[in-house]
Design a protein around this ligand. Structure first.
Ligand code: PRP
Length: 189
């Protein structure tokens, strides 16, 4: 792979390299513009509260909202949830580490995630948010690893279907690293 940059983590139990880009920043940007267009059509000029789930979704959210027109009343907020750990032993319960700063009752809420895998995180979050009686509650996910789904979740806007491979970059991490890479890369284990 000429021109590729390789990263190595020798302190990890499994040594790995970050390989080729699976989705380039250009592909992400193009798809993000399309998703923003769909969102604008669906929200029909009403206020939109865009909720990002920390930390991975920050990159996607900030690019997505900048594709929304200035006429639209767009607000942003963030939530942070604890990881549920090993999905095979999980009950699907996640703990809220940082809650929203405002009430969502009667508002159009769009939850933005970088990736959906088992679906446990988003499914639990949606249950919590639904109970707060938003006017509408939609989901926008950049990557969907649908092959790994353990619970059904409605994804209203999906960037890309992703294969069942470990990915990093554009917010996605491995042990906290590589979130800053502009493209999304496959990790070669
Ligand atoms: C990732 C992602 C979702 C969750 C999806 O978060 O941002 O929140 O995993 O997985 P699931 O569908 O199997 O529940 P992570 O816990 O890695 O935290 P991060 O966003 O801070 O990287």
């Amino acid at each position: 792979m000429s021109g590729s940059v390789f990263y190595k983590m020798s302190q990890m139990e499994t040594e790995y390299t970050v390989g080729d880009a699976l989705f380039s920043k250009k592909e992400i940007d193009d798809r993000t513009r399309e998703l923003a267009g769909q969102i604008v059509r669906d929200v029909r000029g009403e206020e939109l509260l865009v909720v990002g789930i920390l930390s991975g979704a920050v990159f996607f959210l900030t690019d997505l909202v900048r594709c929304l027109p200035r006429e639209l009343d767009v607000k942003i907020d963030f939530m942070s949830v604890s990881s549920y750990g090993d999905a095979t032993t999980s009950s699907g319960t996640v703990r809220i580490l940082k809650d929203l700063g405002s009430d969502i009752a009667g508002r159009n809420v769009l939850v933005v995630e970088d990736i959906i895998d088992t679906g446990l995180t988003l499914s639990y979050l949606l249950k919590i948010l639904k109970a707060r009686h938003p006017k509408s509650l939609r989901t926008c996910v950049l990557l969907d690893k649908s092959a790994r789904r353990e619970t059904a979740v409605d994804v209203d806007y999906c960037g890309f279907n992703a294969p069942d491979v470990f990915v990093v970059g554009y917010g996605l991490d491995c042990g906290g690293r590589y979130r800053h890479l502009p493209d999304i890369h496959v990790v070669n284990l």
